[in-house]
Design a protein around this ligand. Sequence first.
Ligand code: PMV
Length: 359
Amino acid sequence: MNTAEFIPKIRSEKIEEIGFTWQTPSNIALVKYWGKSDPQLPKNASISFTLNNCHTITTIDFSIQESAPCADFDLFFEGKEKEEFKPKIAGFFKRVEVYCPYILDYKMVINSENSFPHSSGIASSASGLSAIAMCLMRLEQALNPRLTEVYIIKKASFLARLGSGSASRSIEGPLVVWGKHPKIAGSSDLFGVQFPYKVHPVFQNYQDAILLVDKGEKQVSSTLGHNLMHKHPFAENRFKQANENLSKMSEILQNGQLEEFIGLVESEALTLHAMMLTSAPYFILMKPNTLEIIHKIWEFRAAENSNICFTLDAGANVHVLYPFSEKEKVNRFIESELANYCQKKQYILDAVGFGAKKG
Ligand code: PMV
């Protein structure tokens, strides 16, 4: 593990004022990360589809000031100052300070907005923190123009990870692996890497419809859930299983085996929630409509000979995954049937995407 490469070697000329805008997406894990050790290192490797439409756009304006003892910033979300979001971001800046000492020389004004409704139950930490990480790396590049694009992307993922583990998978796309794994060349616990092998065409434009089953605050945060894996009776088997599942998923993604893909993705989703059901204390994030939707998906798959399947993240919402070739048929099914189980019939049609974009 070598984090020294992420500590800037030179202290360059300061820039008076500069600003950057970056758009980074959310992602949905196919093999899940659940359980970590300090500092934000995963207990097993994971892989996700990067999304396209669900994203955060963040602008950071930097203006030079006397070096401060800790990061000095104002935070606006959808145009309004958000004091309640500040502690999380302050904690993030504290964690990255050693890797980005230059942030202490600037007053930062952060303006952020999401493409998806706030409190939709869609985790905004992955897109939100990766967008901030990209803005910091563009400042670092402005201060040191010799940095390569490869280094910038790698360090952006490294920084994003220190904010939220899954955020490390939101810089690139369409498939990103985070966590060291013997079968994934170049993989690391420190940052996400693009899935390094040729992906079968069927997975290159895969669709993801996010069904908004419950838009309320989660009763148990991801941080708490991860921590409950420390003394979890099934933890070691789960970490081993996830790494084995990633080996299988790597083959499936290269060979285009849809039946195996469906089996593995759904099993991963249910295993993630099984870990929650068997934690001490136990908790349930699924809602009755989560289960209704799962059963409807299974019925539709059998009746229509479809390749539709579901996955879940740490919440009640359902991600419906399907090949592009079934888009029309499945979208009709979602609108006519599954939307009835969503809050206010709301869902978001998305598809795999390619990561961070300049705003
Ligand atoms: O990145 P965190 O700490 O919010 O954890 C995310 C965990 C899951 O979304 C449940 C799984 C994953 O791999 O994204």
